[in-house]
Design a protein around this ligand. Structure first.
Ligand code: NDP
Length: 398
């Protein structure tokens, strides 16, 4: 029998919900491009329930325990005395969400002698040291597409929010003010602006499609070029690299995975190339931006405002400078864990577990690493290497 170790974020401060503000969520039948939604043999949850927190357990407990497996769920993930660190040495499967990542560093992978499968309940497996997973023969899989549209919606929300100066204006209303000039002095229309995405994968392309009706000029850069008919349909301009793209952009959105070629991609050198007053939205990964270079860019006005929901490490320390830097629209990492998204990635996690326990192949598009090399989506979008560096310090102090 297997030991499945699952790290999830803590329940709401007022306890696990007994009811929800809505009675149902829309049923999504398939994703853009035709990929099918997760199709496990069964689910033991009601779509729309909170599944990503400890008491939700991704709706997996009944299924796993009925097969006689041990299912441990914890939010205690950091530091040598954490439940995660203690339970890891004999775990067969680790499940973790990018929002509350159980960092699988090379040191932890070395201790996890039984580990065969690391599932990312969501998208983005950079919290697993890909190099170490390859060397240890661990399969890494994620639920491709499960929350790509959730994030694309968040990106559009944040672009409009920054360009139109929504957050400070809302604050004036809350504070009892009627300071129209203070609201308007930083507020613009998006119409006519040049908007560029770093990567036009599932999220990046969905952002381009959603922004097209706003009558903006669209730009993108990516390691693989989009088909010519999509470029024509969107009227989007391709740039061979990010240095070529950013000088044209009023708004930039980052939608690539974190891997060695994107770590600290946004640094002093790149910010120097940006137009003064660029709006920047990053829902991809915190480490794609150099933390202190971003603060300098916001303070100097190169970046007019910055928003996103991704940090490094997660959770970030209370004194992380992005919490308090001017003109930020930061949130905790939640764009991809709406109740709608949770239903899809919980079902996808169940599908992967069913494949694993029944000896059936995991879908190609879910694979990041398999058989000692990058596979599936991993082979297309990632490069081999380590991106968990620096997390050890954060883990020691936890
Ligand atoms: P996809 O795999 O569909 O797209 C990723 C795209 O990034 C691919 O088109 C890939 O190119 C491209 N890419 C990779 N490296 C580079 C690079 N160096 N420069 C330019 N483009 C590059 O994934 P999604 O769109 O679904 O997700 C993207 C990322 O968003 C995830 O990896 C994750 O980090 C983040 N994410 C965040 C969430 C949140 O809640 N905030 C939730 C979901 C995802 P190609 O494949 O053509 O080589």
């Amino acid at each position: 029998m297997a030991k499945v170790l699952c790290v999830l974020y803590p329940d709401p401060v007022d306890g696990y919900p007994k009811s929800y503000i809505r009675d149902s969520i829309p049923k999504i039948e398939s994703y853009p491009g035709g990929q099918t939604v997760p199709n496990p043999k069964g689910i033991d949850f009601v779509p729309g329930e909170l599944l990503g927190s400890v008491s939700g357990g991704l709706g997996l407990r009944k299924y796993l325990e009925s097969l006689g497996h041990e299912f441990i769920v914890t939010s205690d993930k950091d530091g040598p005395n954490s439940v995660f660190e203690k339970e890891l040495p004999d775990a067969d499967v680790v499940i973790s969400q990018p929002f509350w990542p159980a960092y699988l560093t090379p040191e932890r992978i070395k201790k996890a002698k039984n580990l065969k499968l690391a599932i990312t309940a969501g998208i983005g497996s950079d919290h697993v040291d890909i190099q170490a997973a390859i060397e240890a023969g661990i399969t890494v899989a994620e639920i491709t597409y499960s929350n790509s549209i959730s994030v694309a919606e968040h990106v559009v929300m944040m672009i409009l929010s920054l360009v139109r100066n929504y957050l400070p204006s809302h604050e004036w209303a809350v504070k009892g003010g009627w300071n129209i000039a203070d609201c308007a002095v930083r507020a613009y229309d998006l119409e006519g602006m040049h908007v560029g995405t770093v990567a036009a994968g599932r999220i990046g392309l969905a952002v381009l499609r959603r922004l097209k009706p706003f009558d903006v000029h669209l730009h993108y850069t990516d390691t693989h070029r989009l088909p010519a008919e999509i470029e024509r349909e969107l009227g989007v301009t391709y740039h061979p690299d990010v240095y070529d793209m950013v000088p044209h952009c009023d708004v930039i959105t980052i939608n690539c995975p974190l891997h060695p070629s994107t770590e600290h991609l946004f640094n002093d050198r790149l910010f120097e190339k940006c137009k003064r007053g660029t709006f920047l939205v990053n829902t991809a990964r915190g480490k794609i931006c150099d933390r202190d270079a971003l603060v300098r860019a916001v303070q100097s006005g190169k970046i007019a405002a910055y928003a996103g929901d991704v940090w490094f490490p997660q959770p970030p320390p209370a004194d992380h400078p992005w919490r308090t830097m001017p003109y930020n629209g930061m949130t905790p990492h939640y764009s991809g864990t709406t109740l709608s998204a949770q239903a899809r990635y919980a079902a996808g996690t169940r599908e992967i577990l069913e494949c694993f326990f029944e000896g059936r192949p995991i879908r190609e598009e879910y694979l990041i690493v398999k058989g000692g090399k990058l596979a599936g989506t991993g082979a297309h979008s990632y490069t081999v290497g380590s991106t968990t560096k620096g997390v050890e310090e954060a883990l020691k102090s936890a």
